[in-house]
Design a protein around this ligand. Structure first.
Ligand code: HEM
Length: 269
């Protein structure tokens, strides 16, 4: 009985696997040979985001701390919650503060989404910083990943500017004075100081022109720059052969390992 069932099952499986529909989707055999594994990785839209081979060590959560992945997750969360906030927020100095207050008190889930946006923003600054420290600690900035390190530095600045520009938007006292202090640092930059201050603030002091500048930067320019840089960052990780794993064992370690193995096999007999 069971052998008839099995053969029926086998026949059905064979029919499905050999059908045109199946073969048009799965173009290569079961990935149990190195060649088929490579072909499957390269011809699948999701899998091809990864290199054909990755270092098993570098995949461990204890190795990367997943800080890059967490930063990306937070960026997506910030984008979604940010779009929600955009439905209620108007970048006008006369109404911005009330908008934010009403959002927290009169809009369904408004308080929750606003706080999700705030917390995710703080956490992203922390996670990107920890990711940068992890990459530095593992020496993963060395060739061939030096270009991706530079892309990472740009992403770090984009993250900080997103945080800085977002801080002004509630237009409360702490925001106005924090941005006044922050932008007042700009004129002290040699040569470019005053022009940079004017571009940032849009006049002689923090006001409506500053709010609209920071708003456009916060909701369009910086997220767009971040998304483009992240696409380049991820593409480069793939092209550089995935994450850099730990360095190969030294000759001394290999010799010690071989000696240990010899001792064990000698003891066995
Ligand atoms: C928005 C910010 C960022 C995101 C979303 C991001 C995302 C990622 C992800 C997902 C990885 C894969 C490995 C891992 O998770 O650790 C990675 C690797 C890498 N990141 Fe970032 N990253 C960001 C910022 C940075 C910064 C600030 C730097 C350095 C200045 C940097 C440099 C690198 C380098 C060199 C690698 C390759 C590491 C390796 O091969 O082990 N990234 N990034």
């Amino acid at each position: 009985m069971s052998s008839t069932n099995k053969s029926l099952l086998d026949a059905a499986t064979e029919k499905i696997v050999e059908s045109q529909v199946w073969r048009s989707i799965f173009r290569h055999g079961y990935p149990d040979t190195p060649l088929n594994q490579s072909l499957v990785m390269m011809s699948n839209v999701f899998l091809h985001l990864h290199p054909v081979k990755v270092s098993r060590q570098a995949m461990k959560i204890t190795y990367t701390w997943c800080m890059g992945g967490i930063s990306f997750f937070l960026f997506l969360l910030l984008t979604i919650t940010g779009v929600f906030l955009m439905f209620y927020y108007v970048p006008d100095t006369t109404v911005a503060y009330q908008n934010i207050n009403q959002l927290s008190s009169a809009v369904s889930f408004g308080h929750l989404v606003r706080n999700m946006h705030r917390w995710a923003a703080h956490l992203m600054v922390v996670s990107v910083t920890l990711h940068m420290i992890r990459v530095f600690y593992h020496g993963a900035y060395k060739p061939p990943r030096e270009f991706n390190w530079v892309v990472g530095v740009l992403l770090f600045f984009v993250t900080l500017f997103l945080s800085f520009t977002g801080y002004l938007l509630p237009w409360d006292q702490i925001a106005i004075w924090a941005i006044t202090v922050g932008t007042n640092l700009a004129p002290y930059t040699p040569l470019l100081g005053n022009p940079v201050y004017k571009v940032l603030v849009g006049g002689g002091a923090v006001g409506q022109a500053t709010l609209i500048r920071f708003y456009v930067g916060h909701v369009i320019l910086l997220p767009l720059a971040g998304a483009i840089l992240m696409a380049v960052h991820f593409w480069r990780i793939r092209k550089d052969g995935g994450e850099a794993g730990p360095p190969p064992p030294s000759r001394r370690e290999l010799e010690a390992r071989a000696e240990r193995e010899q001792t064990v096999s000698g003891a066995r007999g």
